[in-house]
Write a protein that binds this ligand. Sequence first.
Ligand code: NAP
Length: 337
Amino acid sequence: MVEGAGLENRYARKGIEGSNPSLSVLPHRVLIAAELRGLLEPDQLEGLDVTWLPADQPVGKGDWVAIVPLLSRWVGGTELKYLPSLRIVANCAVGYDNVDVVAAEMRKVIVTNTPDVLTDATADLTWTLILACARRVVEAIDLVRAEQWRGWHPELLLGVELRGRTLGLFGAGRIGQAVGRRAVPFGLRVIYAARTAKPDFERDTGAVRVDWSRLVTESDILSLHAPSTPETKGMINGDTLSRMKPGAILVNTARGDLIREEALAIALEGGRLGAAGLDVYTEEPTIHPRLRAAPRTVLLPHIGSATHDTRRKMAAIAVANVQAVLAGQPPLTPVYR
Ligand code: NAP
């Protein structure tokens, strides 16, 4: 339980003590994830009385008017009840499945996210996983590290040639399209499933919109880029995995609960699936033990947006949303428009 006393942001204090004469009122009390502290500049926090909230501490009762949580913090009915003065939840992520947006809307609390700034970083990481799976990079590294490499061999660690194969995108929003655009120079055919057609994307890449069933059965590489919602949860399950092409590669940089992890482990153990490249998991940081032990996986610790530039921009946008709302202006990136 975190209480605000003694944890005020010293820059905000400085602000009211005179460095900024325009600040004549008490600073706004805000809760910000403590893990973001090193990514934020003092001027971004001006006018805010910050309580830094570590990820392992629950939200306490208090008069904070804003919260900037990490995606690992659930902000639901209880938290909103504890924070009766809350005006904004500025999630430091593009996904906002950790926020009960309906409960927030009912309490007239604005919810914002951090779109766009993380698109390229996440698309690049998706390609890291695609290439690592297709070219068996983890097995290759393990071989070298174990001093088991016996020299060049024509059949050593043969992988999948990308040119001419089909990349299927589930979700073709910002990140899905960025992944699809990167597929063109690799010579991949792109298909996608999304709720609405993307004519610009189709024109630029030759991508073809298909239904879910065709996406599953025609993809050599199936990459997930839809948010976690009641409709998308568990879409990759025993049934869908059994309908994928033998040897296909599954990549997930969206949210872990799109995949039933035990079913994926079984598909990998049985040799039906070629490989799985994952950045996200259902119960992070725990990975289903059977999946962690399964063959032909590339398992990353949710680092899709983890570049210096992107993480700074995400923190900056989250706090800029807080500053805008507290100044009586519209939020920059609301999740409901
Ligand atoms: P976005 O622009 O909102 O794109 C989401 C896409 O999913 C849209 O094309 C949307 O279709 C589609 N979609 C949503 N529900 C669907 C459904 N039921 N069936 C089919 N398609 C559906 O979001 P984004 O910026 O690309 O981010 C996508 C997700 O990536 C985020 O929600 C987040 O969970 C995840 N992410 C992960 C990391 C990481 O660190 N690994 C980093 C950033 C983001 P329409 O366009 O037709 O609405």
